[in-house]
Design a protein around this ligand. Sequence first.
Ligand SMILES: Cc1cc2nc3c(=O)[nH]c(=O)nc-3n(C[C@H](O)[C@H](O)[C@H](O)COP(=O)(O)O)c2cc1C
Length: 451
Amino acid sequence: MSKKLLLKDAHIEGIRYLETYRKQGGYTAAEKALKMTPDEILEEVKTSGLRGRGGAGFPTGMKWSFLAKPEGVPRHLVVNADESEPGTFKDRYLMEFLPHLLIEGMLISSYCLGSNVSYIYIRGEYSWIPDILEEAIDEAKAAGFLGKNILGTGFDCEIYVQRGGGAYICGEETALLESLEGKRGNPRLKPPFPAVKGLWERPTVVNNVESIAAIVPIIDITGAEYAKIGVGRSTGTKLISACGNINKPGVYEIDMTITVEEFIYSDEYCGGIPNGKKLKACIPGGSSVPIVPANLLLKTVNGEPRYMNYESLADGGFATGTMMGSGGFIVLDEDQCIVEHTMTLARFYHHESCGQCTPCREGTGWMHKILKKIEKGEGKMEDIDLLWDIQRKIEGNTICPLGDAAAWPVAAAIRHFRDEFEWHVKNPELCLTQNYGLANYADPIPVAANN
Ligand SMILES: Cc1cc2nc3c(=O)[nH]c(=O)nc-3n(C[C@H](O)[C@H](O)[C@H](O)COP(=O)(O)O)c2cc1C
């Protein structure tokens, strides 16, 4: 059984409400933290080794230590609840079922960072969740955990919930800050980084929902104990939202020592692939991370099992590895068409590009158009090389990483499944009726995946 730190009480009826949350030990970590100094809390977070759960995996303690602290200038904590990456829905689960865990994490973090006014910026489509959060905020305030002079410490903190308008780009931290300021969500040039000039030009920390919720168990059990869970630089537990061709889609908390094979096939997690189908590929970290074929997903090139953690998933770089990303685990069985799948993602990124940078604004549209052509059986062999060329010209050439997020899925699909693109070009009459099929793969699908 995997150790649970965040979801351990998620099944308890009424845990959404303060009374039940308190009965399960809720807000004792906050009571403990408010007796510590901000520097002591920061040390615990650094010791824990917690890496940001929003996608990039940047160490949270290090990010907090960069926060500028000029005299007399307010600072802010902003929680990124935009969660618009296809395949990722773990933050929704946390906020819907455990809103007080997030509020408690925000209270501790706000105290550590010196933020008297903190925000939750939430994806517009999560229309029912702001009410849940605001109810929890009201309860916490009535109980003295928010507002003025919290628990008699002299520390004041208010939390506000701001709904986004439904744009994926507003999950990028600087676009989020623009949007929170009431402007169009265009990413800002960095530097300056938000830690120096963030919300209303004030020092700001932007963290993912899960990162901030994890602060509660870190204070509860100490950073050193948290760091003992997991492996290497993948400490603590990680929420994974699993979907696609699996028997048990849902949100799972893993301790990052389990193998990918166990995660997909064991009954504790995804429960295998429906109807006895074979595993074809997987996107383990949300739609923007590279897709990996089954043979490279279950084992690294050295034949080692691949594990569900930051280092192991990235083993071999983009050539043979992928990324943990935001933990949106999308499984594809043998019936899925990689070209169609890549085209769907390209359409999404084209639609969501903010249009500020030419390579992304124009390139995402080109990629979508070319993929549409190939998918319909109207492509030429040169189109595959053109696609490759376009994605290379987007990657690294934009203000924000949305360009990379659009380029990587295309690059990985061509790198690992070029045969399937070529089959579409060579078999135009079959494209819309038949799939390339597993039988055509030169690379044998490993035995373990055929269970
Ligand atoms: C296009 C785009 C969308 C993003 N969406 C999210 C998101 O929905 N939630 C999130 O936490 N981070 C998202 N990020 C990453 C944020 O910019 C930022 O790195 C993150 O909120 C930092 O939090 P963390 O350090 O706790 O991971 C996105 C980045 C990009 C480029």
